[in-house]
Design a protein around this ligand. Structure first.
Ligand code: PHE
Length: 337
């Protein structure tokens, strides 16, 4: 029994095994235990001899178990330490740093340009009332021009704003009819369009409004020309084409002489060489009046532009969906733009 037990202890290499060995020899049903139990059947002379021998064997097995147990525990600890060791001399892994989204960058760049011309930046709600999105902008119910803007309605009176122009009306209301207003408002707008390379059901606009005494069409033209040259370079020309918006009179659309630049250089756009980037005009007297301004005393101009288009033009992006799908390979190209 002793030989067998000691042999098993020596070859055991897990603590669990030692426990099994202990049970097999010294446990209640263990083989050494049954030897001790069977002592009653022995003769008087044999009993002390066998007893002493059995106790000795038990002690030896117990000691062997303890020693091996300690050894295995030490080994386990050593192994764990080795596995958890940190090699402080290894080179570090690079930390990934995020960057501003191209669209955010463009919006902020445009904001900065207008802040430099004395405009303040304002915001308005994306869920808008029919009143501010349409009525207050000279688009009464049933006006055919409402169809120009495919609207997501929420209820009869609530909708997702189709443009940032409602912020014109909201701001003028706040300014109380006797102060000049100079603001821009960037924000998301929504239209029931099918998404493709040049359309998105959600996109961005930046509205501009300047109301004051003696604000003229020439001020609008000068402002937009400044903007275009600062945004795209001194060599750019703008051109205003007559257009129609119910909330401005006269209304224009602005084109910019078109060059597309990329890493390799710049080339003139195909087609006419002009590309439309915004709508604008002189604030309609009805709009001024509804917002509490006297159109005989105050005049103003307004414009609305699409920063996606501007970014596409400036950086040669050819699919508007790239702004929204967050493909890192696309976004990372512009981290240092
Ligand atoms: N709100 C117009 C649009 O979304 C743009 C615009 C703004 C036109 C301000 C004139 C004045 O198309």
């Amino acid at each position: 029994i002793k030989q067998e037990a000691l042999g098993r202890i020596v070859s055991a290499d897990e603590l669990k095994e030692l426990q099994e060995i202990k049970v097999a020899y010294l446990g209640k049903k263990g083989s050494l235990t049954s030897v001790l139990r069977g002592m009653g059947k022995l003769s008087k002379e044999e009993r002390p001899l066998i007893g002493e021998l059995a106790n000795q064997v038990r002690e030896e097995i117990t000691t062997a178990l303890e020693e091996k147990g300690q050894k295995l525990e030490e080994l386990a600890l050593e192994k764990q330490l080795e596995e958890e060791a940190i090699d402080v001399t290894l080179p570090g892994r690079p930390v990934e740093v995020g960057g501003e989204h191209l669209l955010t960058k463009i919006v902020e760049e445009i904001e900065d340009l207008f802040i430099g011309m004395g405009y303040e930046v304002r915001e308005g709600p994306e869920v808008e009332t029919d009143y501010y999105n349409f009525e207050a902008l000279n688009l009464p119910k049933g006006h055919p021009a409402r169809d120009m803007q495919d609207t997501f309605y929420i209820t009869n009176e609530l909708l997702m704003r189709t443009h940032t122009s409602p912020v014109q009306a909201r701001t003028m209301k706040e300014f109380d009819g006797d102060q000049s207003v100079k603001m821009i408002c960037p924000g998301k707008v929504y239209r029931r369009d099918t998404d493709d390379a040049t359309h998105s059901h959600q996109f961005t606009q930046i509205e501009g409004l300047y109301v004051g005494k003696d604000v003229r069409m020439s001020d609008l033209k000068g402002t937009l020309d400044q903007f275009a040259k600062k945004m795209f370079g001194k060599d750019r020309e703008i051109r205003l084409r007559p257009s129609f918006f119910p909330f401005t009179e006269p209304s224009v659309e602005m084109d910019i002489s078109c060059k597309v630049c990329n890493g390799q250089g710049c080339s003139v756009c195909k087609g006419t060489g002009w590309i439309e980037i915004l709508g604008a005009g002189m604030v309609h007297p009805n709009v001024l009046e509804m917002a509490g301004y006297d159109p005989k005393e105050y005049t103003g101009f307004a414009f609305g532009m699409g920063p996606e288009r501007i970014a596409m033009l400036k950086y040669g992006v050819n699919d508007i969906r790239q702004f929204y799908t967050n493909d890192k390979r696309f976004l990372e190209q512009y981290h240092n733009a």
